[in-house]
Design a protein around this ligand. Structure first.
Ligand SMILES: Cc1ncc(COP(=O)(O)O)c(C=O)c1O
Length: 395
């Protein structure tokens, strides 16, 4: 790229997270207490997180993958039950269903949100459907009202995978509180991070009690050990206090970039739905492939220019682990004689077609980090690179 007019920046963008004295003090406090497994810090974090999102109950777990599995278990979803999931997400949002011996049924996403919609869900409902796992990708809220109404009407459980959506809201109500259970990841990359961790929220006392029981050996039934540690909770409490300020930086950066990209034909920042607060776990930029080439090419050229653009997830129905070639394939539902719906399944998940999300993933969307302390100078740098690349690629 040395002979290109594209401005090249050799300074890496700041990493996430940057931990400091407050986290250090929290960890030292736990060590001084001689109590490492779930106790007072976990209980305090759960209370503070429940207050933050406005839920009655919160339960800390070891990570969101455990949390999604636990949520399904607490809702009694298991053998032969179908759960509708999006293809555009991290593998855990669908593998958790297999972990419960249920069947993940993929549905297409909505172009406005890149999440499931009431229409795409409804098209996949059968008499075996028990639940929907809705993912608010990159902190852009899904269109919840019609989805909640559909789930109520059809008697389906709703689990929100809000791993990317700490602090996001829909019509003033916090994401994660619309379904039967909301699941948040606290992994190191997430906006509220403790290293590895997860937190579940619910308003239902019976579900909260099942989550509590199943998280910790069960006592009366076979279950799991999915507890959070005191160290994770203590760090979570510190990070929760700064979450809104961190989200403000993400939002400001995304909006700045949006304004700058408005002047460049063929690229645009994707905005959250009106009446929602998106929190930009990453900001999504949409490329018009007919005007500036595909998002994959564009992202590669941005990286050459020192702008850390990524395309993290390709549609999950094509993932090799959902299309195993070796038998017996764990979680390959149509090869499993107990699953009564297997005759309707294609030979491989990859044979399914989801035109909307395949088009977005294959050709249109790329991601940029906007976490603090990334600031206006990085957004200007990104916009300059976008402008130069778009000009060169213009068709
Ligand atoms: C949408 C989504 N759901 C679930 C998870 C799983 O989270 P964890 O790493 O806490 O298990 C992730 C992790 O990246 C994710 O992005």
């Amino acid at each position: 790229m040395s002979n290109s007019p594209i401005p090249v920046n050799s300074q890496p963008w700041p990493p996430w997270p940057i931990l400091g004295e407050a986290e250090k003090e929290a960890v030292v406090r736990v060590i001084a207490s001689n109590q490492l497994f779930a106790a007072g810090e976990v209980a305090a974090f759960e209370g503070e997180y429940a207050d933050y999102v406005g839920a009655r109950f919160a339960r800390g777990v070891g990570n969101a993958t455990e949390g999604l599995h636990l949520a399904l278990a607490a809702l009694n979803i298991g053998v032969n039950d179908e759960v509708i999931v999006p293809p555009y997400t991290w593998i855990s949002s669908a593998s958790c269903v297999v972990m419960q011996n249920g069947v993940p049924v993929f549905a297409d996403c909505d172009a406005a949100t890149l999440a499931l919609s009431a229409e795409t869900i409804e098209a996949k409902i059968t008499n075996r459907t028990k639940a929907v796992i809705l993912v608010h990708m990159f902190g852009y809220p899904a269109d919840l009202d019609p989805i909640v109404a559909l789930c109520r009407r059809r008697g389906l459980r709703l689990i929100e995978d809000a791993s990317h959506a700490h602090g996001a809201s829909y019509k003033g109500r916090m994401i994660g509180t619309f379904g039967d259970v909301g699941v948040f990841s606290l992994h190191q990359r997430k906006a509220l991070c403790v290293g590895d961790g997860g937190i579940l929220v619910t308003d239902d006392a019976d579900i909260a009690s099942a989550l509590f029981r199943l998280r910790s050996f069960g006592h009366t039934e076979l279950s799991y050990n999915y507890r959070m540690t005191e160290l994770a909770a203590a760090i979570g409490r510190v990070r929760l206090r700064r979450l809104d300020a961190d989200n403000d930086v993400r939002i400001r950066n995304a909006e700045r970039l949006g304004t700058l990209l408005d002047a460049i034909p063929g690229v645009r920042v994707r905005k959250p739905l009106p009446n929602t607060k998106g929190v930009y776990y990453r900001v999504l930029v949409e490329c018009d492939p007919d005007r500036v080439g595909t998002a994959a090419d564009f992202a590669a050229r941005l990286r050459d220019a020192g702008v850390p653009a990524e395309r993290t997830w390709q549609p999950l129905h094509r993932h090799p682990l959902f299309n195993p070639t070796v038998e017996p394939a764990r979680g390959c539902p149509w090869k499993w004689s107990l699953y009564e719906g297997r005759d309707r399944m294609p030979a491989h998940y990859a044979d399914l077609s989801f035109p909307v999300i395949e088009d977005y993933c294959d050709r249109r969307v790329l991601e940029l980090p906007v976490h603090p302390p990334i600031d206006a100078s990085h957004m200007r740098q990104a916009a300059a690179a976008f402008a130069a690349i778009a000009k060169e690629q213009a068709r």
